[in-house]
Write a protein that binds this ligand. Structure first.
Ligand SMILES: [Ca+2]
Length: 530
């Protein structure tokens, strides 16, 4: 009896002496320099150094995704540099003061292989603990021999970002003495694919995922599109589409389709409604060739709009470039070679043959071989997001219609695949999007290269409000700048809604537009966002 009383008294004394122990999640914070001694599985921390507040110290500070503000200066932070086995390089930046209690993982571009400090700076300055990874190889390796290393392909394909996330969260917890309240992933392009991969394969990693700009989640389809565009245009010099020819085509497309959305503003809100036919530009006898297209060019243009097809089955492999985006085509149709991401992919990852020539690619057998060996490693196509949904995750996905590297049509297809799965079948195209919108909202930004399309926006605050307060975004405010000055604002609307002009006031002001569902589409959120 006496013994029992003594042990209870001892426990009371311990609790009184160590009040911090009352919160089991809270541990003593570690000093920045001590983080090199932190023991994490398969991980070496090479350095942990306090960086004083001051001018951005890493060269170019212009962010690559759609966030608008470059970090001219950085707040003071603890910079942690580490490697996860076998060779996944990563960094975590931890604000020394003013941490907002949240973690943010940031995605890559192209074939990854480096960290985009210019993307991390603005997020650090908002108060985030932010991390990124090279995904296990160096972009500077030339030729890219890592593409023949199976582990490095896996780490680039899906494992690197997940490992970076798990280890970075542990470092955040060690440094601040508590885990992050919320974790977000942010990225565009390859980073957008990484975000979808997280939602599909590692649903526990993030509370919210923001995919901005455009996402290259169908990596094989995207690279096959580059091969297709090369074969149908500049492989034959007479079929090349470049410079003034693209301007000529774009002007004709706009003349026919700009006003289909009700506003003549140089932007086609939904290029799917535009049915411009290249043959309408075919040169007539005696016509100035600068004002029209040859039959060879007309055929080439039709094939670019169509996109890659299987010659045997007619199957669409990837959607074509959209009408209205022509001024941004550049190397797609002008050459002289296909883009490096496709060229390197086939030469070094798929065929291990530096002499591979895009003109020899067969869109039936070669495509099947590529998909069979690489789709499960690289593509984030799985529409089953049920585990991410179940854990309360929220996904914001936006895509620019002007993007020519990854077409918005492919993102629409993915969103509809997710919705169809939730609503009971792919053939049900008239379904409501309501259940999908409860955790996954998709926004298209009408824009075109050289136009005043509202192509700048920052969806992260909308995602935070959704995750932390349960308030889903009914629209996202986008803007366009000319010479650094905002000259147009427009709401982006959750698909399938579109921003419709109310009929009065300036078409350059968002307040004069409402999100409405086009006729023929059913939608779960009935209210117009006026
Ligand atoms: Ca228009």
């Amino acid at each position: 009896m006496t013994k029992r009383i003594a042990s209870v008294a001892c426990a009371v004394l311990l609790v009184a002496a160590l009040p911090a122990q009352a919160d089991p999640k809270k541990k003593a914070p570690m000093a920045c320099a001590d983080l090199v001694q932190l023991s994490l599985p398969d991980t070496v921390i090479h350095s942990a150094v306090e960086m004083p507040a001051g001018p951005f110290p890493f060269g170019n500070n212009t962010p690559t995704c759609t966030a608008d503000v470059a970090a001219a200066e950085l707040r003071a932070f603890c910079r942690v540099i580490g490697t996860i086995a076998p060779q996944i390089g990563f960094e975590v930046w931890l604000p020394l003061e003013g941490w907002n209690g949240k973690f943010q993982g940031y995605g890559n571009h192209g074939f990854a292989g480096d960290l985009d400090y210019s993307d991390l700076g603005p997020e650090l300055n908002k108060g985030y603990a932010v991390a990124s990874t090279d995904t296990g190889h160096l972009a500077s390796q030339n030729p890219p021999l890592w593409m023949q290393n199976p582990q490095q392909v896996i780490d680039y394909g899906y494992r690197g970002v997940h490992e970076m996330t798990v280890k970075s969260k542990a470092i955040v917890e060690a440094f601040y003495g508590r885990p992050p309240k919320y974790s977000y992933f942010n990225g565009c392009s390859t980073g957008g694919k990484e975000g979808l991969m997280q939602a599909q394969r590692y649903p526990e990693d993030y509370d919210g995922i923001n995919i901005g700009g455009s996402a290259n989640f169908d990596q094989i389809g995207n690279r096959v599109q580059y091969v297709w565009n090369g074969q149908v245009t500049f492989a034959n010099p007479a079929a090349r589409l470049a410079g003034a020819t693209l301007v000529l085509i774009n002007n004709a497309v706009l003349a026919e389709c700009d006003e289909l959305d009700g506003v003549k503003d140089g932007v086609i809100d939904d290029p799917r409604t535009c049915t411009f036919q290249p043959a309408s530009l075919l040169c007539r006898a005696g016509q100035d060739p600068a004002t029209c297209l040859t039959q060879t060019q007309v055929t080439a243009l039709e094939k670019v709009y169509q996109g890659p097809r299987n010659p045997r089955t007619g199957e669409e492999i990837y959607p074509g470039l959209v009408r209205g985006s022509e001024r941004g085509w550049g190397g797609h149709t002008a050459g002289p070679n296909i883009f490096a991401t496709a060229d390197q992919f086939f030469k070094y990852m798929v065929y291990n043959d530096p002499a591979w020539d895009y003109r020899t690619f067969d869109f039936d057998g070669d495509l099947a071989y590529t998909r069979q060996h690489f789709s499960h490693l690289l593509d984030a196509l799985d529409p089953d997001l049920s585990a991410f949904r179940k854990r309360g995750g929220k996904l914001l996905f936006s895509h620019l219609w002007s993007s020519t590297t990854h077409t918005a049509i492919r993102s629409i297809q993915y969103y509809e695949d997710v919705a169809a799965l939730l609503h009971g079948g792919k053939n049900d195209r008239g379904h409501s999007f309501g259940k999908t919108q409860e955790f996954f909202r998709f926004f298209l930004a009408p824009s075109a290269s050289g136009s005043k399309g509202p192509d700048r926006f920052d969806a992260l605050p909308d995602l935070e409000r959704w995750v932390e307060q349960g308030i889903p975004p009914k629209s996202i405010l986008a803007w366009h700048k000319t010479g650094g000055v905002v000259d147009r604002t427009r709401p982006l609307c959750p698909y399938p809604q579109r921003a419709v002009y109310k009929g009065s006031g300036s078409t350059d002001e968002a307040a004069n537009f409402a999100c409405r569902t086009p006729k023929g589409d059913r939608h779960g959120d009935d209210d117009d966002d006026d």
